[in-house]
Design a protein around this ligand. Structure first.
Ligand code: HEM
Length: 446
């Protein structure tokens, strides 16, 4: 095994070379081929590329693990090239991009807020889903992609904030928050997407502060030493609009995608769920559904890349040996590669939920930023919503399988080429025909 050495690869490239790498990554080869070629070229799971800025790319499980902790890696403002314009976060860095108390205290506050909201979760989810199912059943054909986004946003706002707000406005802000690259120019033109997003952001933050739930939210925040109302409203805007909404809607689409194209799994889950507790979405947790969701997460991790910058010289342990990472260097973890590693997940290309019957496989699922099976902590970088996200995925999957029938108009396809928001979700509009509500107990259409 190699000992303490620099990751192979090109470190400094003249401007044109770097530009070519970016174009190749984004548009020509696409992210997967781009990394595959370098893996082969360097014969190492860790290598350097001038992509974005000089970046050490980690593609194996062991090397990516370093990014789960805060020390010695910190999170810069933005995820790689995905950097939200400061005005769209109210000129207050969201806590996910902070380190120390500015990260840990808000995160402790989110944990507490989630605990406070736990009891209302099943009822709110049920209420929102019942409204949407009627709407879906009344339509001949519709784009489920857009409907899932609207449903998710509506649910998140009603659940966390007890707020009904124009979902189209919030979706416009957060569906595009990482792609307003020309915002410094766009801000001079009121009709541009960026200028509209900024207006809607102001409305959204005001609505949060005026929500009837906000006083109770402030009370929780104060117990963690956070008393600035505007600061809390801005953090909550990002928590709901970005963290919760973007992750959940992506996962829900992937669940729809996999269920739509796997009739055998659908009917098998249907039988198991009907046996367990007809009509119940949240309990008991049926293990086969959890395994299905975990396999969806393995094959379609909603977030592909995670980042960290070394704040001291570090030796990175990886499947290809130990590498020296210099203070200031950026590390990027490529989760889909770690999930496709046959050492960790044999026959990775095939969709096999039963692989998660094995606790060793469960312990390897990297999602979301950390190990799925380990508890998240205020001082680490793991998503505080990961367990609730899994619970919601279980409920959504249960509802789809036991309550509805539908057909997708076009075969479901997945893209491993382009890199954008929703990159992990199935492609296209997810056009659906013949959505019907079944009699849950008998399994027949009503
Ligand atoms: C399927 C749903 C979700 C996915 C895929 C997801 C994914 C992620 C990922 C990958 C990260 C790490 C980001 C990074 O540092 O690079 C993260 C962090 C975070 N997520 Fe989630 N998330 C989901 C749901 C939620 C929910 C429901 C909440 C609501 C509380 C939430 C709140 C957060 C917060 C606050 C962080 C920052 C953690 C930190 O800075 O330590 N997420 N999420």
């Amino acid at each position: 095994m190699a000992r303490d050495r620099r990751p192979p690869g090109r470190r400094g490239l003249p401007g044109l070379g770097k530009l070519f790498d970016m174009v190749d990554f984004m548009y020509l080869s696409g992210w997967q081929k781009f990394f595959e070629r370098r893996l082969q070229r360097y014969g190492s799971t860790v290598f350097t590329t001038p992509l974005f800025t000089k970046t050490v790319v980690a593609t194996d499980h062991k090397a990516i693990s370093a990014l789960f902790d805060t020390i010695p890696f910190i999170q810069d403002y933005g995820f790689g090239s995905a950097v939200p314009p400061k005005p769209l976060v109210g000129d207050v860095a969201p806590s996910v991009f902070e380190t120390g108390v500015l990260h840990d205290n808000p995160k402790a506050f989110y944990f507490s807020l989630l605990r406070h909201r736990a009891t209302s979760l099943p009822a709110v989810f049920e209420e929102v889903l019942r409204e949407y199912e009627v709407r879906w059943a009344s339509r001949g054909r519709f784009a489920w992609r857009d409907e899932i986004e609207t449903f998710t946003m509506d649910f998140v706002l009603r659940w966390i904030l007890e707020l009904k707000f124009d979902t189209a406005k919030v979706r416009l802000i957060y569906n595009n928050i990482f792609t307003n690259h020309l915002w410094r120019v766009a801000r001079f033109f009121p009709w541009t997407r960026y200028s509209r997003s900024l207006r809607y952001y102001g409305e959204f933050v005001r609505a949060i502060e005026e929500a009837s739930s906000f006083e109770a939210i402030m009370e929780i925040a104060r117990t963690f030493g956070i008393s600035d109302r505007a600061y809390v409203a801005k953090q909550i805007a990002f928590l709901t609009g970005m963290n919760s909404y973007l992750g959940l809607q992506n996962l829900f689409k992937s669940i729809v995608g996999e269920l739509s194209s796997r009739a055998d799994i659908r009917s098998d889950l249907d039988l198991q769920l009907r046996d367990a507790a007809p009509g119940a979405l949240f309990s008991p947790r049926v293990r086969a559904v959890d395994e299905f969701v975990m396999e969806v997460l393995r094959q379609h991790p909603p977030v592909f890349f995670i980042f960290g910058r070394a704040i001291e010289d570090v030796v990175l342990e990886s499947a290809s040996g130990s590498f020296d990472i210099a203070k200031g260097e950026r590390l990027m973890g490529v989760i889909p590669f770690a999930h496709d590693d046959p050492e960790a997940f044999p026959d990775p290309a095939s969709f096999q939920p039963e692989r998660f019957q094995d606790d060793e496989a469960r312990a390897k699922l990297i999602w979301p930023r950390g190990i799925q099976e380990r508890p998240a902590d205020t001082a680490d970088r793991t998503c505080p919503g990961k367990d609730v996200a899994l619970l919601l995925a279980h409920a959504f999957c249960t509802a789809l399988v036991t309550r509805y029938q539908w057909t997708v108009v076009k075969p479901i396809t997945w893209d491993k080429h382009r890199y954008s928001l929703n990159v992990a979700a199935p492609m296209g509009e997810l056009e659906v025909a013949g959505f019907t509500i079944r009699d849950e107990r008998a399994g027949r259409p009503v």
